[in-house]
Design a protein around this ligand. Sequence first.
Ligand code: URA
Length: 209
Amino acid sequence: MQGVTVIDHPLIQHKLSLMRKKETSTKQFRELLNEIGMLICYEVTRDLPMEMIEIETPLAKMMAPSLEGKKLVFAPILRAGMSFLDGMLNLVPSARVAFIGLYRDPKTLKSVEYYFKAPVDIAERLVIVMDPMLATGNSATAAVDMLKDRGVTKLRLMCLLAAPEGLERFTKAHPDVHVWTAAIDSHLNDHGYIVPGLGDAGDRMFGTK
Ligand code: URA
């Protein structure tokens, strides 16, 4: 599918299978999501622009590659997107964080905004939006709408699992925003859950069910 990268790295696939198992504990689930967040982030940032800067080793001066431009922004969609954050900040400790509060209306499945807090100069930065479950695609689409309304032009979307319906909705609404996911599952059920999926990611992370 155009604009979508499925990351088939064996470590990510193995960890995802562990997360799908219904007997996986809350603690294990959270740890796995944290680890996978780091691994997916590695792929999402693979082509970041670099510049050559002059440095001095103990032996000589040299030109060395360094990340170009302003620090990245990680933008988790609350609450499940938070699960990726620790692992990603371990990898890119200087990244800034934007919090996007959206909840899914259980009847309409539409996204409703309740919180937004971001660096003031977010429009000048590359923003990676994080949502582990791209189900209907409504939350991710709304989150990117919110960011574009605030002037952001460089955006990427990182998820763990996607449904074909969500991918179609998102890529139609935002064809300029590339998506990374570890898997594309079969379909959405009548309650908007990804099948076979892994259940409710937020509930499994925080033990709220
Ligand atoms: N959100 C989840 O946590 N799981 C799904 O399957 C769909 C949306």
